[in-house]
Design a protein around this ligand. Structure first.
Ligand SMILES: Cc1cc2nc3c(=O)[nH]c(=O)nc-3n(C[C@H](O)[C@H](O)[C@H](O)COP(=O)(O)O)c2cc1C
Ligand SMILES: Nc1ncnc2c1ncn2[C@@H]1O[C@H](COP(=O)(O)OP(=O)(O)O)[C@@H](O)[C@H]1O
Length: 274
């Protein structure tokens, strides 16, 4: 376990958003041969960012990718009360900006995908489908049918198939691991400042405009306590960069400054008022 420091991740590279796809890579695709991080990466918190920094350090110019299943396995298996997600695919891509991640492999998580044995997943997805040269996982990463595969199994298969496997110590804050579950609890409990610290300083939420014209958080997103938050909004030519937003109990989002009309808006929450 490594205790978190104020600026322990590298935000300096890849200012663009990653390429997102859910299919295998054709022979000759420049993304084949990459370094792939495995997990779900909901929220892309500072533990995830530490893993991404490690993948980037190992890459030596090879593409860096992230696997991120859709829907989230916890939604598929109904092991988490909804709504729980910290990121939608769109907001996760924005959270990834600047983190040095070139692509997101986003397979559809269904019964057939979940039913693959660890060996089938490695052979079909990692080796044949993506042609990975290296994978990076946290020490507790599990994969394959009934979560049968672990780090030791992955290392063994890496040797057999000729790809490298690296891990990183879990990043911790105040003595406990940084995790998506911990951040969800903080957000629900109204402890936004601490949640934002673990997320790396900001949380990007996706909103859509309902038939009544009001903005609402995407239904799958974890609901913060109602209240006023500081936010930045991007992609609107004539709108202020920094605004206040009120988040209501039902996930309604009311900007405190007039904004141009848009069907879909991403707000980067940076703090809470009062
Ligand atoms: C090929 C593959 C198959 C999986 N099959 C299962 C499964 O049968 N049961 C399960 O709970 N999770 C399965 N998972 C999901 C992961 O183990 C998943 O990350 C985990 O359930 C949720 O992780 P968390 O509890 O660490 O958030 C599978 C993942 C992969 C990549
Ligand atoms: N605090 C952390 N430090 C380092 N790696 C982490 C941390 N939290 C998760 N990981 C790793 O990141 C990958 C994605 O983890 P995931 O299970 O999606 O996140 P979480 O555990 O936060 O729900 C996995 O390989 C996991 O082991």
């Amino acid at each position: 376990m490594i205790e978190m420091r104020a600026s322990s991740f590298d935000q300096s590279i890849s200012p663009w958003e990653p390429r997102i796809f859910n299919h295998e890579l054709a022979p000759g695709d420049p993304l084949r041969g990459g370094v792939l991080m495995l997990g779900n990466f909901d929220g892309f918190h500072r533990g995830h960012r530490a893993l991404a920094a490690q993948a980037r350090r190992l890459s030596c110019g090879r593409p860096v990718g992230m696997m991120s299943c859709e829907p989230h396995p916890r939604a598929f298996f109904r092991t988490e009360p909804e709504p729980f997600r910290l990121t939608t695919p769109g907001s996760k891509a924005r959270m990834l900006t600047g983190a040095g991640v070139d692509f997101v492999y986003q397979p559809h998580f269904d019964g057939a995908f979940a039913g693959q044995t660890p060996e089938e997943f490695v052979q079909t997805v990692l080796v044949d489908g993506l042609g990975v040269s290296h994978v990076v996982v946290g020490p507790d990463f599990r994969f394959g049918c009934k979560r049968a595969g672990d780090l030791a199994a992955l290392r063994k298969m890496g040797q057999a198939f000729g790809f490298g496997v690296s891990t990183a110590a879990k990043l911790a804050c105040k003595g406990s691991d940084v995790s998506s579950t911990r951040i969800r609890k903080l957000i629900r409990a109204g402890q936004m400042a601490e949640a934002l610290e673990l997320l790396g300083g900001h949380w990007i939420i996706e909103t859509t405009r309902g038939p009544d014209g009001d903005l609402r958080m995407e239904a799958s997103l974890c609901q913060p306590c109602p209240g006023r938050y500081r936010a930045r909004v991007s992609g609107l030519a004539r709108s202020p960069l920094e605004i206040g937003i009120d988040i209501e109990t039902n996930g309604g989002v009311l900007p405190r400054s007039p904004l141009q009309t848009a069907e879909r808006l991403f707000f980067q929450i940076t703090g809470q008022h009062g």
